[in-house]
Design a protein around this ligand. Structure first.
Ligand code: CAA
Length: 258
């Protein structure tokens, strides 16, 4: 077991949980935290026994952004060299579904980390925002691209230009959040959603994820071509036969590739 200093990892059945753990800084995303998070997540992604990954923080903060005190020392050439922003590459290419379980602050890089995940479950206490404008910068971990795709141009411009926070209810209404649950039930709700996903056939989960990802980046025509190819390919899997046979026989599917 790798020793981490800024995160805690655990597994329960086929679900892995990564808890951001820098309470003294409201889980600000230091270089160490980001490196550990990406390393742990990509290791779980490569583990055939793990079918979904939950990423969470504390009750008070999912993550209050990139570490401002560390960034204070950085200049143009440091950021261009990619130390801060390129570290996420491995995380964004994973094929294991990720669920952000957000309680409290998800600001700046914290909001962007949540948006790198596939599903966002929010406690009713959650507060989302991209306050970078207050620091004389702009979002740097994908916020200017993912927020407008999630909530539309006008709402995203409101958030990014004013730096205001959005509560869980507004975030759900706007399409940023998949579900809102009472704060006390957040961990359990995320675990349950993760277990449901981890019980499905992995080839179909991966095909669903990669076509969903394509929906964010390609034209409709290209996306539909990808979907048709991926849909057809799943008919070459044993789990497609099993899934459809189980339906016809009125029983639960017993998927081979989980
Ligand atoms: N970086 C470093 N330290 C942070 C931090 C951050 N992003 N957010 C909070 N902290 C630290 C505080 O400095 C404080 O530490 P000390 O006790 O040592 O002073 C501790 O966490 C607790 O925070 P507060 O005392 O400020 O707590 P609060 O309840 O009064 O306020 C808050 C909470 C509104 C979230 C406030 O902490 C805040 O505004 N944080 C910064 C949010 C922000 O601007 N995030 C964007 C960062 S830039 C970015 O993320 C760039 C990018 O896109 C890549």
């Amino acid at each position: 077991q790798t020793q981490y200093t800024a995160i805690i990892t655990e597994t329960q059945g086929r679900v892995a949980t990564i808890t951001l753990n820098r309470p003294e800084a409201l889980n600000a995303l230091s270089n160490t935290l980001i490196a550990e998070l990406v390393e742990a997540a990509t290791a779980f992604d490569a583990d055939p026994n793990i079918g979904a990954i939950v990423i969470t923080g504390s009750e008070r903060a999912f993550a209050a952004g990139a570490d401002i005190k560390a960034m204070l020392e950085l200049e143009y050439s440091d950021i261009l060299a990619g130390g801060l922003t390129s570290t996420w590459n491995g995380f964004e290419q994973m094929l294991t579904p990720t669920i952000a379980a957000v309680s409290g602050f998800a600001l700046g890089g914290g909001c962007e980390l949540a948006m790198m995940c596939d599903i966002i479950i929010a406690a009713d206490s959650a507060k989302f925002g991209q306050p970078e404008i207050n620091l004389g910068v702009i979002p740097g971990f994908g916020g200017t691209q993912r927020l407008p795709r999630a909530i539309g141009k006008y709402k995203a411009a409101d958030m990014i230009l004013t730096g205001r926070m959005m509560g869980a209810e507004e975030a759900e209404r706007s399409g940023l959040v998949s579900r809102v649950v009472p704060a006390a039930e957040l961990r359990e709700a995320a675990q349950q959603v993760a277990e449901v996903i981890a019980s499905k056939s992995r080839p179909s989960v991966q095909a669903a994820l990669s076509t969903l990802q394509a929906a964010e980046e390609t034209s409709l025509a290209e996306g539909l071509r990808l979907e048709r190819t991926a849909f057809a390919a799943l008919f070459a899997t044993e789990d497609q036969t099993e899934g459809m046979r189980a339906f016809a026989e009125k029983r639960e599917a017993n998927f081979k590739h989980r």
